[in-house]
Structures are given as structure tokens and as C-alpha cells.
Design a protein around this ligand. Structure first.
Ligand SMILES: C[S@@+](CC[C@H](N)C(=O)[O-])C[C@H]1O[C@@H](n2cnc3c(N)ncnc32)[C@H](O)[C@@H]1O
Length: 234
């Protein structure tokens, strides 16, 4: 099933929280094979599995381990991640027959999924430039023709976690990716995005929130410099 521009406008207007939005998209598109990249405690997985009974396979991809080269607040020590993993398993235990747990980074485990297998992937893992580029590029072939890649942390500011953390580059990189593959991308409320894998429609960037800045990166550095002030710019 497809989802039209008008459908997405309705979805965006009706959703009261992030999970409502994706339950609505998954229901309207009849997506059955779904992957979540970056699962953490399993809160989102639990809600989607509970509210979308038509999902037959739910891939849960996450290393659930400390990553030395990932400078983001969600990076905990490996002992803590063992507890977080157990929590994610407990939260989704009721749906164990529908979940497929792939413990590893996207690049380590994504080839366990056959090409063209997924209706929809939801990317919510490593949001740095390195992370979002690896995730989008490696997951793209796993999506069937006319399927979707969605994701979280489509943050208007690359300084989502302040300037001591690596910038969040889901926005604008996902827009560049959509342009490269010639497909439409939508900005949705709650910092969400959706790319439809339909090259016949061509690239377009539709901001259904009406609030995203330009897709350049330089202006975000200029704003950060202005905020820091001239004394600290040397
Ligand atoms: C923001 S949390 C996910 C939250 C979850 N999607 C939710 O809504 O409840 C980010 C997760 O991404 C995982 N992660 C970090 N780097 C990753 C990578 N390269 N591949 C897959 N997952 C990654 C982290 O281990 C962490 O659990």
C-alpha cells in the first residue's frame, strides 16, 4: 500500500506523540516486515509490536555495548548496556515470536536481512554523520521497492546535544541521501523523517512542519560561532 502526501499531512496533524505517528504510518502502509536500528531499552519496539498486530517480523538491531568511537549521551558502559539489553528483551518478551534480535552495529549485522526484505526501517541509532551515512547506505538495499526508510532525531540543529558531543547530522544528511537516490523525503513532527523508495517520483523535500532551516551546514556553524561570541572564536 502507498501513503500519499495528503495521508501524511493527516498523520502529521493527528499524532499526539512520536509513536502515534508511526503506528498510523505502519497501519496505513500495511508494513509487516519492519526493522528498528537503535533499540536501547525497547520502549519504542514494545509500543509498535503491541499496537501493530499486522507486523510479522520486527528486527531489533543494536550493539547493546559501549562504543569507544561514539561520542553521544546514550553511550553507556558495557555493564549498563547488558542491563539495558535485558530490559529490551523483557519489554518485548510478549512478542518474542515476531522479534528478531540482531546484537551488533548496523554494519556488523545488517546483512542477516535479505535484500529487498523490509517494508520499513526506522533508524534511531548512531546519529552522527558517520552513523547516519552508514545506516542509510547499508539499509537502503534491504528495503523493497516502494518501501520506506524512516527515522528519529531529524534535529533542526546539528548541535542537538551541545558542542561537546559529535554533531547530529540526520538532518541534513538524510535530505542529501534522498537527493542522491532520487526519492521523496518528508520532515514530520517530533523530529521525524520519512523517505519513500520510489525513484519514479524523483527527489523532493517536503517539510510538513514548516520549520526546517536551509539544508546547508555552514549557517549552523556560523550561528554557533555567533552564540559563542568573538572572544572564543580564535
Ligand atoms: C536513542 S537510542 C534508541 C532509542 C529507541 N529507538 C527508542 O525509541 O526507544 C540509540 C541506540 O542506538 C544504538 N546504537 C549506537 N550506535 C549504533 C550502531 N552503529 N548501529 C546500531 N545501533 C547503534 C545505541 O546502542 C542505543 O541503544
Amino acid at each position: 500500500m502507498t501513503i500519499t502526501h495528503d495521508d501524511l499531512t493527516t498523520v502529521a496533524n493527528d499524532a499526539r506523540q512520536r509513536v502515534d505517528l508511526w503506528v498510523d504510518v505502519i497501519t496505513r502502509t500495511d508494513a509487516r516486515r519492519v526493522a528498528e536500528i537503535g533499540v536501547f531499552r525497547g520502549a519504542f519496539a514494545e509500543k509498535l509490536l503491541g499496537r501493530c498486530p499486522a507486523i510479522t517480523e520486527y528486527y531489533m538491531i543494536d550493539p547493546w555495548r559501549h562504543l569507544e568511537d561514539w561520542n553521544k549521551p546514550a553511550n553507556k558502559d558495557s555493564k549498563k548496556f547488558d542491563e539495558i539489553f535485558e530490559e529490551a528483551m523483557a519489554k518485548t518478551a510478549e512478542h518474542a515470536e515476531r522479534r528478531i534480535v540482531l546484537r551488533g552495529r548496523t554494519s556488523e549485522v545488517v546483512d542477516e536481512i535479505p535484500d529487498g526484505h523490509l517494508d520499513l526501517a526506522y533508524i534511531d541509532g548512531d546519529h552522527t554523520l558517520r552513523g547516519i551515512s552508514i545506516d542509510l547506505i547499508r539499509v537502503w538495499d534491504k528495503i523493497r521497492p516502494n518501501g520506506w526508510i524512516a527515522g528519529d532525531d531529524f534535529s533542526k540543529s546539528i548541535w542537538q546535544h551541545g558542542q561537546s558531543f559529535e554533531p547530529t547530522m540526520v538532518f541534513p544528511f538524510a535530505v542529501y541521501f534522498a537527493e542522491a537516490v532520487g526519492c521523496p523525503i518528508y520532515a514530520l513532527p517530533f523530529q521525524q523523517f520519512l523517505i519513500e523508495k520510489d525513484p519514479e517520483r524523483g527527489f523532493s523535500f517536503t517539510d510538513l512542519t514548516g520549520s526546517y532551516p536551509g539544508i546547508d551546514v555552514l549557517s549552523q556553524f556560523s550561528q554557533a560561532r555567533r552564540r559563542r561570541g568573538p572572544a572564543q572564536q580564535a
